[in-house]
Ligand binder design. Structure first.
Ligand SMILES: Cc1cc2nc3c(=O)[nH]c(=O)nc-3n(C[C@H](O)[C@H](O)[C@H](O)COP(=O)(O)O)c2cc1C
Ligand SMILES: [Mn+2]
Length: 485
């Protein structure tokens, strides 16, 4: 049985020794951030702040801030299990492209009845506030000193594609402007931003309905960050991952649906003609993302449980909780990449590369220019388009060992020959790009060079001691009076 809601997951975390309750009163302005930093970095537990200063609502953070907790959330022993399930489904059919393959999921899901299920009501309706509500009742964090204010950091932002009617759910930070207004940080290439643009193209003076769920069962919360194709409903994918449909309930004041088991729901709209300065915000790059113009979310109704739990997270200098979530995404989607590009042996995105700055890819190279083909593949693959530096190495390099990668890739390059620059979309948060959202990328071909690639010199063998000598020395070792080795 999947977790029904966030509190069931909290119980599970507590039972597994993965949660610490904090009864001391702590300020959501900076203090919770500083405590959480220290705990996340030392591999500590999820934290439940029972008395955030200025609010009656308790706050949960670092809930998915370790591999173990994400395993618990997904109810698996390893990410490979999830990956295998996806592979199993994809293997059943033989569609052509990667997108086609992922788009098969809804059909397959239908078979398995993972589609979201509409229910009449749910716990998120225990309290319905159409007026007199205030966002300031919730313990919304200010994470870093230069942040422009308080930000909701883990909202599931729900919209419909105005042309296809398909739902999207994404996690986009929301700066609290006042009791009932927030920013909506839809980065340019994200699906929420696309819905906004399409709606605006149809009617510049209109509105787009937006609903925001905060806190639900952990897989539903995780689904909001998954880089899945446009028009594939994250709630369907969540149902697939949790092996049980997500129950959805109609909003009070708009035509959207939200997870019925959510802790808190904000209903409202974005005015298509309105933009407002948002930021700065201490971001997952480890730097502040600067102030910029973003759409504005107007809250028209708040619904919540009688005793809601506020779920949040912090980004900042890596590694933070989002590194663990991103790592789970990397492991779960690797087999999907491998179905389209079977030559990919493994990939790694080191924490310090903050997902988009560095991807290391090992391939089984089998034709001239193969490494460059893979760079282009990465740059055309969903949100991997943002990858600023792709390093391609041979299959026998362990990409999870960054020392080995640095050693072997750097030995394998003639920089002028083996570095490829291209232009393309850049992550909105890339503060070094020549323009917001547009910049260059670099591919490093760190594979052995072949004669068929114009390399005329012999390639040396890597140094390895022979086995016979190793065995002789193993036998001799105890007599040498050296340390155990
Ligand atoms: C904690 C956290 C905060 C995030 N904040 C934003 C944000 O403010 N804006 C944004 O565009 N993406 C943000 N993301 C990334 C998106 O959630 C992610 O790219 C997701 O796939 C977007 O959904 P979409 O593909 O349906 O657009 C954030 C991710 C995490 C984990
Ligand atoms: Mn999406």
């Amino acid at each position: 049985m999947a977790y029904q809601d966030l509190r069931e997951f909290v119980k599970r975390l507590e039972k597994s020794g993965e949660l610490k309750r904090i009864s001391a009163e702590v300020d959501p302005v900076l203090e919770i951030s500083e405590i959480t930093q220290r705990v996340t970095r030392s591999g500590g537990p999820a934290l439940l702040f029972e008395h955030p200063k200025g609010s009656r609502v308790p706050l949960l953070i670092n809930a998915l801030g370790s591999e173990r907790r994400i395993h618990l959330a997904l109810e698996v022993d390893s990410f490979a299990e999830v990956a295998e399930r996806i592979r199993g489904f994809l293997d059943m059919q033989a569609p052509q492209g990667l997108l086609d393959k992922i788009k098969m999921l809804p059909k397959l899901a239908e078979l398995g009845s993972f589609f979201p299920k509409t229910v009449k009501t749910g716990p998120c309706k225990e309290v319905v506030e159409r007026e007199g509500f205030s966002l300031l009742e919730f313990p919304i964090l200010q994470c870093w000193p230069q942040d422009a204010g308080r930000f909701i950091t883990w909202p599931l932002v729900i919209t419909r594609n105005p042309e296809t009617g398909k739902r999207n759910v994404g996690v986009y930070r929301m700066q609290v402007f006042d009791e009932r207004t927030t920013g909506m940080h839809w980065q340019t290439q994200k699906h929420g931003a696309e819905h906004f643009r399409r709606a605006r193209a149809a009617n510049r003076e209109g509105r787009i309905e937006v609903a925001v769920a905060i806190g639900a069962d952990p897989v539903t919360c995780l689904a909001g960050i998954l880089p899945i194709p446009p028009d594939l409903d994250e709630m369907m994918f969540a149902g697939f991952l949790r092996r049980e449909p997500v129950e959805m309930v109609a909003c009070e004041t708009c035509s959207l649906e939200v997870p019925a088991e959510a802790e808190i729901v904000l209903e409202g709209y974005v005015d298509l003609a309105e933009m407002r300065a948002e930021g700065p915000f201490g971001d997952h790059t480890g730097f502040y993302s600067l102030e910029g113009e973003y759409p504005v979310f107007h809250v028209t109704c708040v619904t919540h449980r009688r005793d809601p739990l506020y779920l949040t997270t912090i980004v900042g200098p890596p590694p933070q909780e989002d590194f663990y979530m991103g790592h789970a995404v990397e492991r779960i989607f690797l087999p999907v990449m491998q179905m389209q590009y079977p030559e990919i042996v493994d990939v790694a995105m080191p924490a310090e590369g903050i997902f988009h700055n560095l991807m290391i890819v090992a391939i089984r190279k089998s034709y001239p220019g193969h490494a460059r083909k893979i760079m282009n593949a990465i740059w055309s693959l969903g949100q991997a388009m943002f990858t600023k530096v792709v390093v391609v190495v041979d299959h026998d390099v362990n990409v999870q060992n960054f020392r080995e990668v640095a050693w072997k890739a750097l030995c394998a390059i003639d920089p002028e020959r083996d570095v490829q620059f291209v232009l393309g979309p850049a992550d909105t948060l890339d503060h070094a790009a020549r323009r917001q959202d547009f910049g260059s990328k670099m591919g490093i071909d760190g594979t052995r060079k072949w004669a068929s690639e114009g390399f005329e010199r012999p390639w040396p063998d890597e140094i390895r001691m022979n086995q016979a000598t190793q065995q002789r020395i193993d036998a001799l070792w105890p007599k040498l009076g050296l340390d155990k080795r």
